[in-house]
Design a protein around this ligand. Sequence first.
Ligand code: ATP
Length: 355
Amino acid sequence: MGNLRLEQLSKRYNEALAVAGVDLDVAEGELVALLGPSGCGKTTTLRMVAGFIKPTAGRVIIGGEDVTAKPPHARDTGMVFQSYALFPHMTVAENISFGLEMRKVGQAERDTRIAEVLRMVRLDHLSQRLPRELSGGQQQRVALARALVINPAVFLLDEPLSNLDAKLRGEVRLEIRNLQQRLGLTTLIVTHDQEEALTMADRLVVMDRGRVRQIGTAEDLYERPADAFVAGFVGRCNLIEGAVEADGQFRAGSGVLIPCATDTAKTAAGTIALRPERILLQAGSRPDQQSGVPARLSAVTYLGAQTEYHLDLGGLSLLAVQATPAGDDPLKGLRPGEPVTVSWDQAAARILPPT
Ligand code: ATP
């Protein structure tokens, strides 16, 4: 069984809770990414799963077995480190063989399995090289092969791509994802790179200061963030602080009324999350428009396919992103200082509880 379960997993260093009661279920064959700002507890969580850090409280369960008290080598996990951690004096084949020898696998089977994983990571022609004779991407593939060869129930990846340049990162990311899906590997990956997490993972865990803020698919997190922290962390977002007034309207702290779906009789104060691409822009001031809000352009940034519009709504700054206007679109050629009218589907302006 490849599934992984964390129950109230916690780690305290002196007075500080690095990980505070994390609950998580990773299904068999699923890839889950731990995502969050530096210091939020991702690595500590992963290392507790691997057995390198002893939890202060809680349990790690792999394939139905409580392994919390077991040392790393007695857990059915394979870990890939950010630094690769290859043995510099051993060849590629010897590096991969090491874990099998530790597990007392016989020579003939070792040779078969090494050849197999080398083919998987497309390094069969380099098996006799030393790590220093390989590129960064190749070294990382050796590290992957070394973890894969022991056929672990749970595959653990700690920032596996952060030492690679941008182009290679994209390639290796796809390779890992393909391999993981093809082999049905139950995988937990730590990354602080949003794009990496969003493109690779079946589900993501957003952490902040040791706690889980939200667990969900990329779409869940982007479209239905649980709170302002998640909304601000995953993708770009306008976060508008304010309060729902007695008449049911949301007034931003700056005083501007913000059209939104108010179903929150329960909270007076709140933060509205409004994604930049959900804001519709029209040139000129259009007082005739019911749901439109007058604004002024403070800056325009051309980014090729898209254009960013920085807006000032009576003291409230908002960012809008639209497909770059073409042809005789009145938005084309808009300059900072000019009036515009902005609107959005009210459902796109979600009131979230304050973080
Ligand atoms: P990063 O993305 O920067 O690697 P992270 O999310 O992986 O961060 P952790 O390395 O898990 O964060 O650290 C979580 C918190 O625990 C941090 O505040 C860190 O300073 C603290 N911490 C980690 N290891 C120790 C230690 N050995 N002793 C004391 N505090 C520690």
